[in-house]
Design a protein around this ligand. Sequence first.
Ligand code: GLU
Length: 298
Amino acid sequence: MPASPGSRTVVTRFAPSPTGRLHLGHAYSALLGWRSARAASGRFLLRIEDIDPVRCRPEYTDAILQDLDWLGLDWEGTARVQSAHLQEYRAALDRLQAMGLLYPCFCTRADIAREIAAIGHAPHGPDGLLYPGTCRSLPLAERAARIAGGEPYALRLDMAAALRRAVGPLCFVELGDGGPRRIRCDPARFGDAVLARKDIPASYHLCVTHDDALQGVTLVTRAEDLRPATDLHRLIQALMGWPTPCYSHHSLLLDADGRRLSKRDKAPTLLALREAGHSPEEVRAMALSRPTKRPTGR
Ligand code: GLU
């Protein structure tokens, strides 16, 4: 059982992906983390999760730094920028590969859809339809030949093998809405998750757990929509021998129609609020007083 954050220095973080301007929901998340660190005389870190070269843009990274600064939030040291650390993620993948827990997957989306149609059903996991395992049993010679031929491939976690290796029940302490409680994880619902994408030798699940461990994060503060991912993150931590942080999954802010604030639905950005003449204090108060969606229990 992980230690409660009271027994060690609280290190928490805000880890946005620079895919657009920050909105009130981000401000809320960052403020909760920043306040937890302050209240415990702990440390607040900023991490830019920009491994996706298609969706992330450097100008949004600059904008995140400016917006947080304007909001009056300070973080320790310089922000860790994930795209500058791909070698480290590669090394973590090499370790998993040496344990025999990864396999190359050459399937395209169309291949997977065809395979699922042929099987007639596929269970749904938190990241979408579960991979039917087509490439798991490819002969080694075929794998080697396809890789040598330059065919692109992802690296998937062999979930069954990983669960055999990670002995004991996987749990974490949830400190978010509803108070401290121990939650049992069920990583199997991800199936053979992708840990390295075809286009980059990394994935969100791998990088976030790697960096939380590397940066000594003791309290992961993030929104409730990432709560299911924690089941897989706990498995990766167990496989890699990384410590287990506590988690504070906070509820999502709602717009006037009761829908969650999102970039897609054009939630007002911090920039727009600033340009409309609101002060940082007002925007902080807005974020903290917005109605939220109660997290769904499990
Ligand atoms: N980078 C993720 C996002 O912007 C958050 C990751 C995390 O806090 O664990 O949604």
